[in-house]
Design a protein around this ligand. Structure first.
Ligand SMILES: *[C@@H]1O[C@H](CO)[C@@H](O)[C@H](O)[C@H]1NC(C)=O
Ligand SMILES: *[C@@H]1O[C@H](CO)[C@@H](O)[C@H](O)[C@H]1NC(C)=O
Ligand SMILES: *[C@@H]1O[C@H](CO)[C@@H](O)[C@H](O)[C@H]1NC(C)=O
Ligand SMILES: *[C@@H]1O[C@H](CO)[C@@H](O)[C@H](O)[C@H]1NC(C)=O
Ligand SMILES: *[C@@H]1O[C@H](CO)[C@@H](O)[C@H](O)[C@H]1NC(C)=O
Ligand SMILES: *[C@@H]1O[C@H](CO)[C@@H](O)[C@H](O)[C@H]1NC(C)=O
Ligand SMILES: *[C@@H]1O[C@H](CO)[C@@H](O)[C@H](O)[C@H]1NC(C)=O
Ligand SMILES: *[C@@H]1O[C@H](CO)[C@@H](O)[C@H](O)[C@H]1NC(C)=O
Ligand SMILES: *[C@@H]1O[C@H](CO)[C@@H](O)[C@H](O)[C@H]1NC(C)=O
Ligand SMILES: *[C@@H]1O[C@H](CO)[C@@H](O)[C@H](O)[C@H]1NC(C)=O
Ligand SMILES: *[C@@H]1O[C@H](CO)[C@@H](O)[C@H](O)[C@H]1NC(C)=O
Ligand SMILES: *[C@@H]1O[C@H](CO)[C@@H](O)[C@H](O)[C@H]1NC(C)=O
Length: 706
């Protein structure tokens, strides 16, 4: 086995210029003996048979270059195997579909892409993320395997659980350990409460309830794994979309979530040392973790060494020590008064609730207390998530409480015109396209773009008008900075992170802003921050996660190292700018302030030095010191330092940033020392205006600022 491994390694080394191994084109079909290998060799795609007992062949994706049995992460034709192996063939058709055919020439699987009429023919690429995409020559992806998971979730895959309250994504287990056909177990959100809970099902029966969302727009956790990489997990509710995503920092570690044929949902990570998959976590994890195993008014207590059923307070077991019949009230229920309700902090809300729409907190209590069959209620106000038609979450329970667990619900036409640079190299068509797309974006933390006009050489963008001007006008002005007390600043930080998250993940597109800075954050009369100036924004294709440019546009100090030096930008370069902005908001100091540059090589260096010395609190703007809770402000500085780390892969995605800001108990990884800041400010002492730096010609020209 190890010889085999070395050989593959060696072959890859011998053929570094043969870079089409990861691609399938219209002219070159994939036959039975061919394999596509992703660029860095993480994944392979081809035909395989999971068993030697018959000749069932499947088209799938598996980890490449790890020893041991093949670990399959995706299958195209799980329920229609190819029986004559030599006949299987995958082609890209001349109308940009992918078609898998068998010996009889029958199509047994087709990718259902969104084809643009008249477009050039697409090619398929196996990416290093394990995503297999069908890509048009203009870089647009029209189909991706990540949208059609089988039983596995991979890092950075957006697992869409529901869209507009309809269940969308579903993991379906294999039938047996060597039989990939659809098995009995599946994982999906609950059709009766699609934005609120997630289940593993045994056929149609609930098997294990994975969780109830806290009511926050972002929830999840951060974990430091054995290899000291950081795992960020988030569940995101954006109004229309309810999705799950996890990412891992540092090395592109081999980490995955798999619904096994036994019904267990496992979080697994490749342990290079023992050459095996280690289990990070699994569900169900204990006997009482199975759905409703504790009976009514009883819950599975995970704080015990061996988790066991317990009665809710005020209840006793119906049947001695056997909890399967559940618990009953010690005293009969009296009806009509709110005082009979007992708060149950630190619990997952029980199943079988009724979601009563459009209720205020008081109306929700009334709903329950006026109805004798109502046994419990929970309430959340999601107005901070964005413009939801009905932000209220009033859940009521009648009769028994079932499957109680761990978190409770908590709530949580004047226009401005901007002129873009003349002679921008962007074509008019592209400009119009981008503007039309951006104009469709709607989020309370983004400035509405109302329109644009193009007149000869001039390109104008028309924004909604905000009377309060930009953040820098307050933050760096000694006479006005007191307006921004800590609560306002913290709300501004969270608002910006929400707006950025929307740009990166929640809108249908991935949009990189590329010029986030204090002067691009506008404030309305209620000090709600709105990200503006999309003049430099770039829209990414569905799976594109990085791009290079020879024209570096942006603002010194806010630019990430990889962008300023190599022109490489991604959502993580926005994370960097956000980190700088966050440190500015906390400190009230400009990234470009001259005395910091001479003394500490800039704000980041200053912040890092204080943090290292345990004196981070000295960074805080003296005008907010009195109004700020220490833990909150220190958490902000910590998150800021995570965002400005030198390596893009170490920086969290905005979903994790939001989660870390909103969850007081979230574990924060230790930030690495940023070294780049020492270099970044040499070139430009002032640095507050936008710069356009052409890497090829090394000329610097100034763009028209706002
Ligand atoms: C596409 O392929 C089909 C079948 O291979 C062929 O009949 C058709 O003429 C082709 N169309 C174009 C536009 O090449
Ligand atoms: C296909 O793309 C068009 C334009 O982008 C969009 O309006 C349409 O909804 C898409 N259809 C599907 C099935 O995704
Ligand atoms: C192939 O063999 C496996 C393992 O015995 C079995 O589970 C599967 O159903 C078989 N497939 C077919 C098509 O016979
Ligand atoms: C799944 O449900 C079936 C009945 O439909 C039952 O026989 C089987 O034991 C269940 N599986 C598990 C793992 O509980
Ligand atoms: C795995 O271990 C081998 C040998 O111990 C080492 O050469 C290789 O770089 C390691 N791979 C990763 C991803 O850490
Ligand atoms: C972490 O380390 C412990 C002890 O060394 C080991 O038992 C466990 O499997 C490791 N977990 C992972 C995910 O590698
Ligand atoms: C608990 O009660 C259930 C149903 O009445 C029964 O099937 C089970 O065997 C009992 N368990 C114990 C440990 O007595
Ligand atoms: C919610 O209730 C208010 C008054 O109670 C009503 O004006 C509003 O139209 C309702 N909204 C929805 C979405 O039902
Ligand atoms: C939710 O909270 C917002 C802001 O705190 C408030 O304006 C709104 O009235 C609340 N909605 C309900 C239904 O209580
Ligand atoms: C009381 O609650 C039950 C269950 O939630 C519901 O079916 C019933 O309609 C309610 N009764 C009234 C009068 O609201
Ligand atoms: C960007 O350039 C780097 C080398 O500077 C290269 O490794 C990377 O693949 C390029 N990315 C894209 C998307 O072209
Ligand atoms: C907050 O973070 C902790 C630790 O990561 C996690 O256990 C908890 O579930 C999180 N709470 C929410 C509401 O996501």
């Amino acid at each position: 086995m190890s010889i085999h491994y070395v050989l593959i390694f060696f072959l890859l080394f011998l053929t570094p210029f043969c870079n089409s191994d990861d691609q399938l084109t219209h002219t070159k079909p994939l036959t039975h003996s061919d394999t596509l290998i992703s660029k860095s060799g993480n994944f392979a795609l081809g035909f395989f048979s999971p068993t030697t007992s018959n000749n069932s062949f499947y088209l799938g994706i598996w980890y490449h270059g790890i020893p041991g049995p093949r670990t399959v992460v995706w299958i195209a034709n799980r329920d229609s195997p190819i029986i004559t192996p030599s006949s299987g063939m995958l082609i890209v058709t001349n109308n940009s579909h992918m078609v898998l055919s068998n010996s009889k020439g029958q199509n047994i699987w087709t990718s259902t892409g969104n084809i643009t009429a008249g477009a050039a023919i697409a090619h398929a690429v196996l990416l290093d993320s394990g995503n297999f995409v069908l890509r048009l020559p203009n870089g647009m992806d029209i189909w991706q395997s990540f949208d059609h998971p089988t039983d596995t979730i991979l890092p950075s895959m957006k697992f869409l659980m529901s869209y507009k309250s309809q269940v969308v994504g579903r993991l379906v287990s294999w039938k047996g350990h060597d039989d990939p056909s659809s098995g009995d177990f599946s994982c999906s959100s609950d059709p009766s409460s699609p934005n609120l809970q997630f289940f593993t099902w045994n056929k149609t029966r609930p098997y294990c309830r994975i969780g109830v969302e806290s009511g926050l727009s972002v929830s999840g956790g951060t974990y430091v794994t054995n290899t000291s990489s950081i795992l960020y997990q988030t569940t995101i509710y954006s109004g229309d979309e309810f999705y799950y995503m996890f990412t891992i920092s540092g090395d592109p570690a081999f980490t995955r979530i798999k619904l096994e044929y036994t019904g267990k949902l496992k979080f697994l990570s490749w342990n290079n040392h023992s050459s095996s998959w280690a289990i990070i976590s699994e569900r169900p994890s204990a006997a009482c973790d199975l759905y409703a195993s504790c009976g009514q008014f009883s819950y599975c207590d995970f704080t015990q060494i061996i988790p066991a059923c317990q009665c809710l307070s005020g209840f006793e077991p119906v049947d001695g020590i056997n909890f399967s019949k559940g618990c009953r009230r010690k005293q009969a229920l009296k009806c009509g008064k709110q005082s009979h309700f007992v708060a149950l902090p630190g619990m997952y809300v029980p199943d079988k609730f009724l979601h009563i729409r459009n209720k205020s907190f008081d109306e929700c209590i009334a709903e329950c207390s006026h109805n004798c069959s109502c046994t419990a209620y929970a309430y959340a106000n999601l107005s901070s998530v964005g413009a939801l038609a009905d932000p209220s979450r009033c859940l009521v329970w009648s009769e028994e409480l079932i499957d109680v667990k761990k978190g409770t619900l908590e709530g949580g036409n004047v226009v401005a015109v901007k002129r873009l640079s003349k002679g921008s190299t962007q074509g008019i068509v592209e400009f119009k396209n981008e503007v039309v797309l951006i104009a469709k974006l709607q989020h309370k933390n983004l400035v509405r773009l109302l329109g644009c006009c193009i007149h000869e050489d001039e390109k104008l963008l028309i924004y909604e008008y905000l009377p309060n001007k930009s953040l820098d006008a307050f933050l760096f002005d000694a006479t006005r900075k007191h307006v921004l007390d800590w609560l306002t600043r913290f709300n501004i930080i969270k608002g910006i992170s929400r707006g950025l998250l929307y740009l990166h993940q929640d809108s249908r597109l991935t949009i990189i802003h590329r010029d986030l800075k204090a002067s691009n954050i506008l404030l309305d009369t209620r000090m709600t921050p709105k990200i503006s100036d999309f003049g430099m924004a770039r829209i990414f294709g569905a799976d594109q996660n990085q791009a290079n440019t020879t024209r570096v546009v942006g603002t010194y100090g806010y630019m990430s190292p990889e962008y300023a030096m190599r022109g490489a930008f991604s959502v993580k370069s926005d994370t960097y700018s956000f980190g700088v902005l966050l440190l500015e908001i906390v400190s009230g100091l400009k990234i470009s302030s001259a005395h910091l540059i001479t003394k500490f090589s800039g704000l980041i260096g200053y912040a890092w030095r204080l943090w290292e010395d345990g004196k981070a609190i000295q960074l805080v703007d003296s005008s907010v010191m009195a109004s700020c809770p220490l833990n909150e402000v220190l958490r902000c500085i910590h998150v800021g330092l995570l965002c400005v780390q030198d390596h893009a892969s170490d920086r969290p995605l905005m979903s994790s940033v939001m989660f870390m800001l909103e969850n007081e108990t979230a574990l924060l990884p230790v930030p690495k020392q940023p070294v780049y800041f020492a270099l970044s400010n040499c070139g430009n002492g002032e640095g507050s205006e936008s710069m356009e730096n052409s890497i090829n010609t090394v000329s610097i020209t100034t763009l028209d600022g706002r």
